[in-house]
Ligand binder design. Sequence first.
Ligand code: HEM
Length: 501
Amino acid sequence: MDQFTVVCVTTAALWLGWRVWSFTLWPMLHPELPRRYPYLVPVVGHIKAMVNHTGRVFTRGKAYFGNTREIFSLVVMGEELYVVTNPSDIQEVFKQAASLDHDAMAVDILLDTGMTKETITQIFEPVYRSKNYIKATHDDFRLQMHPGPRLDKVQADFLAHIDKSLRFDKISGPMVKSLPTGGKVVSLWEWCGQILIDSAIEAFFSRALYEANPDMLQDFVSFDEESWKLPYRLPKFAAKKMYGSMDKCILAISKWLEYPKEKRQAAWIVDQMIEGLDEVKVTGSYQRGAMVFVLFRLVNTNAFRLCFWCLAYLLFDQELLNVIKEEMQPAWNREGEGSLDMQYLLDKCPRLSSFYEEVLRITVDSVGARVVMKETMIGNKKLSAGRKVLMPFRQGHYDPEFFGSDAASFNPTRFLDNEKLTRSASWKPFGGGQAWCPGRFMARREVYMFLVVVLFRFNTDLYSPDHRTPEFPVLDDSYPWGGILTPKPGQKVLVEISKRV
Ligand code: HEM
């Protein structure tokens, strides 16, 4: 045997030995530990699938273990991640909040957003309001965004601004793609983003933010387009657009925070966050801006995407559109043109509600994450300290046992036909536990407002520049967005808008 053959044979023998040990013998010796979903290259593990097809790696892992929904593990660049898919195990993870910590996971997000280790120490010191800054901020998120007077205030500003911006003469700028006689052709994605992000700026941050950076909205959109890359810690040159635009947004917020309070009228939550930073002595301008940018991102990243998908589903299905419009009509007529009865939409439109939940189900890809602080049993599996836990909720939203044999397809009356579905243990579009999205109330109202105003104020027709039949955009599930998914690159929905006579 020549030297090359010896090296090859030895490598193959070692590789085979490693496979047998890792994926057969070790699990037999330790049935209490989550089994590893096999991979080919030691250490590297599932990195390619995690970056490129995150959703699929979870579904395949689940299928590999016979769809028993047992907790399994994935190795990615030497790190072992536990994947929890069983709804009862997920519930248990939420309950064991002390040993399976959400905030330890958030540290990575804060570091990725440009915070220093010193700031992290300050905001995790238990010196603020008998807890730490981060825990107090979770409470404040809920106080601002759960139903009550604080939500009423910010919501009234938000919805009034959506209404004000959805006027024919205000449809302008790069989102307008052509100007046929009497109409305007807009990119639906850009229109939803423009209106909803601008309205959130108005309601949460005030227009003074545009003084700090007139391109704030565009810079955020540029960041948002590539924001899935952030957790991968790529070198700056490999994700220039994302890092560059995030930096511009943070610098703008930092500058805005230095304006006198009367000038930068902000929502209660923003003032609370700033007072808290003063108390825990985070004084660096960029550090304060980065903290508030975390909120800016949470408020803005998902709602406009959901709005886009809702409108796309309606515009591509005339029959469904007619049914939903007929149900919404009394909410629009009641107060006359210009204002609408949101309570009617919320209480009296079961078809609209079912349609909204179904679009959410099809398009959302939220993933809950925790860090194991001390050895913890979940079901019959022992989770070891220091490992991360991932809960990919999307696979549960497509589980036929909970959502029926047609779970893979779109059915706008699914949640109407079975009203218990929103209470199903497998339904987690907004996550759960400590960081259960407090914006879920606002998200629904934003989307309803946008839909009703657009559909009753304008004529809306799908538009194709080459007169071909427009095609429904394909959902891009290849990137780990952690929220509402985008359409595949280049798949635009163009809509011709004209005034309703
Ligand atoms: C369809 C739209 C939305 C989806 C799918 C969504 C999803 C989520 C998810 C999954 C989380 C949990 C993240 C985690 O576990 O770390 C979250 C947190 C959060 N969301 Fe949303 N969200 C949406 C809309 C909104 C809106 C409109 C707002 C505000 C107006 C908002 C504000 C927040 C905040 C502040 C948190 C952090 C809560 C905390 O850490 O205590 N979200 N969202």
